[in-house]
Design a protein around this ligand. Structure first.
Ligand SMILES: NC(=O)c1ccc[n+]([C@@H]2O[C@H](COP(=O)([O-])OP(=O)(O)OC[C@H]3O[C@@H](n4cnc5c(N)ncnc54)[C@H](O)[C@@H]3O)[C@@H](O)[C@H]2O)c1
Length: 250
């Protein structure tokens, strides 16, 4: 029996790519497509999917997740900008509905490895900054990947402490030192035409720097991760767990 999938945000850049990838994948089929203005609850009731893949906008994603979980449909969510407080709500909804959910800020395997390597490096190089670069149409900043990378750097430092800037250091232009993410890791967001999704994590130590860089140059880079997530989330049916980050499903 094929795994049945409803794609939310089906007319968007990522949504269209997901529809193509699912149609090409063995043992998975698209049974429903929704976009802005469509009634998700009704689409779920008529198409009865096992999984909802959501690539929409930050304002819409939480409502879609609530609706899917209320119908015991497992959400696989790529939409970024979902806050830690939102994730707490999703975790409770997963438990209450005995339905799993995956929220992954980045489905590209290379990006998942970049974050893993960054966590490992942070133990030896606690001083790190993140520069993320995305296309000019991206709504949220910093990217979900940058926020998660900062969390992983903060965890990876263990007892190693980052340096403190000299007393009296100041910004001549507000924001020039970037925004502070988890662990006070500075994050700089670049928005320019030409990028899909790129990120550099720069570590500094006495007399040396280490740069880890990942580039998604095509949205196809995200699709193996999405297909893997669809297959794995179905195997967790009934578990009521929220999984945050594709690395926890590999
Ligand atoms: N996790 C990842 O690997 C990854 C990769 C790329 C993009 N993203 C994220 O995916 C999201 C979508 O990106 P995109 O480039 O496809 O954007 P997009 O603007 O091309 O597409 C978004 C789509 O969502 C639709 N939409 C808006 N409100 C909706 C609603 N209430 N219900 C259903 N559909 C609705 C829009 O009409 C549009 O078709 C963004 O949050 C982006 O940051 C995540």
């Amino acid at each position: 029996m094929a795994i049945t999938v409803l794609v939310s945000g089906a007319k968007g850049r990522m949504g269209q790519e997901v529809v193509r990838a699912v149609n090409d994948a063995h043992g998975i089929e698209v049974v429903g497509l929704v976009d802005i203005g469509d009634d998700l609850a009704r689409a779920i009731a008529t198409t009865k999917p096992q999984v909802m893949v959501d690539f929409t906008v930050p304002d819409a994603a939480m409502g879609n997740i609530r609706t899917a979980l209320a119908h015991r449909v497992a959400p696989v969510v790529g939409t970024t900008g979902i806050s830690a407080a939102d994730r707490e709500e999703v975790e409770a909804l997963c438990q209450n509905n005995s339905t799993p959910c995956l929220i992954a800020p980045n489905f590209a395997l290379g990006a998942v490895l970049m974050m893993r390597f960054a966590k490992e490096a942070a133990q030896y190089f606690p001083d790190a900054e993140v520069i993320e670069m995305h296309h000019e149409k991206k709504l949220d900043a910093p990217s979900g990947t940058a926020a998660l990378t900062a969390e992983m750097i903060a965890q990876g430092r263990m007892d190693a402490k980052p340096i403190e800037l000299p007393a009296g250091a100041f910004e001549k232009i507000p924001g020039s030192r970037g925004g502070k993410a988890a662990g006070d890791v500075p994050v700089h967001s670049v928005r320019l035409p030409g990028f899909v999704a790129s990120q550099m994590v720069i570590f500094g130590g006495p007399g040396q720097t280490l740069t880890i860089r990942h580039d998604s140059i095509d949205r196809a880079s995200f699709m193996p991760g999405v297909i893997h997530a669809i297959r794995r989330i179905v195997s967790l049916e009934g578990s009521g767990k929220l999984i945050y980050g594709l690395e926890n499903l590999l």
